[in-house]
Write a protein that binds this ligand. Structure first.
Ligand code: HEM
Length: 367
């Protein structure tokens, strides 16, 4: 993977991931970006215009613009709306015998939910989903048959073009959505630059679209593959929140995030030099056998703590409450309507070292 770039340290234990996550002064998100490859899909310079790839103080100031709207209490106010979106999507399956849980259920639900936060019209959901999927799945020939260059030459400019229009509209007529929050934000008395607004928009859209979709599909697959776990849940739906946490633990939507050492240091007894890459593998730390008993077993009663949203620290996921609410509703509504659903074909993953996500999960809706 990316032979032209330097190698990296792999942090695979829960303790190591916690230590790196909490120490932003030693482990920077800004110096080299947040994925193994510094210039994976788009150049580092653009990556750094997203607050996920900034260090304090600028990171903290931009994140603070959004935090009030993402508390569990504020997010809970969206329950009826999200349930309505989910039911509408499931209603469209009426009369069908089979479907793909990725394209026919997860994608339209998560796309509409994040788009409603961003203030985008429903008619554009399919366009935004396509753009997010091709950019994040750029390396997968099935997702992106024309090759990674098309992402930079065609898809990324389309994001900028569409955003320029949204930005101009919000400048003219401020609204209450998150796009407007970005457009009118002032950091130290200065507005964000256009590319910072676009990349802030991209961050929220990509994070909102992709990760919840990934976790829901992985959870459904695990339940469909293990009758006994599904039965436990059907008999006692109060286990849904615990199932959500177990799915987040077993199948973290992001396989890794990366930091860069700002100085010579030591991590769990290993010497790390200034400038070296340090990669936190959540897919491993969430199955740390010193933390979890029988770590590879999917257990809906476990209700575990985990690091799928990061391990604390400045970059801890902004969207935890929203993701948990969406996942709970999606599982409740799907299982309520289709308790006998069966896998009907080969589930396939997106080819990526970063997003840990099914590209297809074909199912038969009723037994
Ligand atoms: C299952 C769903 C989700 C998972 C597994 C997930 C995971 C993560 C992880 C691992 C991080 C980085 C943490 C770190 O570096 O310490 C992160 C950051 C972030 N997430 Fe999520 N996320 C999810 C859903 C969402 C949703 C729905 C949103 C909604 C907007 C969101 C917005 C963000 C943002 C803006 C950041 C950057 C935070 C920062 O840099 O301070 N995420 N997420």
């Amino acid at each position: 993977m990316f032979p032209e770039e330097a190698g990296y340290w792999s942090v695979t234990t829960a303790e190591g991931v916690r230590e790196v996550s909490k120490d932003w002064q030693t482990y920077s998100s800004e110096l080299g970006g947040i994925t193994v490859a510094s210039n994976a899909v788009f150049p580092l310079e653009l990556m750094r215009a997203m607050f996920i790839a900034m260090d304090p103080p600028k990171h903290d100031r931009i994140k603070a613009l959004f935090q009030r709207g993402f508390t569990p209490k504020r997010i809970a106010e969206h329950e009826d709306e999200i349930r309505g979106i989910t039911r509408d999507v499931l209603d469209k399956l009426e009369g069908r015998e089979t479907c793909d849980l990725v394209d026919d259920v997860a994608q339209p639900v998560v796309a509409r939910v994040i788009a409603s936060f961003m203030g985008l019209p429903p008619g554009d959901d399919v366009i935004w989903a396509r753009l997010m999927n091709t950019i994040l799945g750029a390396n997968d020939p099935e997702v992106n048959p024309e090759g990674i260059e098309t992402v930079m030459e065609r898809d990324f400019p389309e994001v900028f073009e569409r955003c320029a229009k949204l930005i101009a509209e919000r400048r003219e007529n401020p609204t209450l959505d998150l796009t407007s929050t970005l457009v009118h934000a002032e950091i130290d008395g200065e507005k964000l630059e256009e590319h910072e607004i676009v990349m802030g928009f991209f961050l929220l859209m990509a994070a909102g679209n992709d990760s919840t979709k990934a976790t829901y599909c992985s959870a459904m697959r695990a339940l469909l593959e293990d009758e006994s776990q599904r039965k436990l849940l059907l008999d006692d739906p109060s286990l849904v929140p615990s199932t959500v946490e177990e799915a987040l633990r077993m199948y973290p939507a992001f396989a890794h995030f990366r930091r860069t050492a700002t100085k010579d240091t030591e991590l769990l007894g290993k010497p790390i030099k200034e400038g070296e890459k340090v990669v936190m593998w959540y897919v491993s730390s969430n199955r740390d056998e010193t933390v979890y008993e029988d770590a590879d077993r999917f257990d809906v009663t476990r209700n575990p703590e985990h690091q799928a949203f990061g391990a604390g620290g400045r970059h801890y996921c902004l969207g935890t409450a929203l993701a948990r609410l969406e996942l709970r509703i999606l599982l409740e509504e799907t299982l309520d309507r289709y308790p006998d659903m069966q896998i009907d074909g080969d589930p396939k993953y997106v080819v990526s070292g970063f997003i840990n996500q099914l590209r297809t999960l074909p199912v038969r809706l009723n037994a």
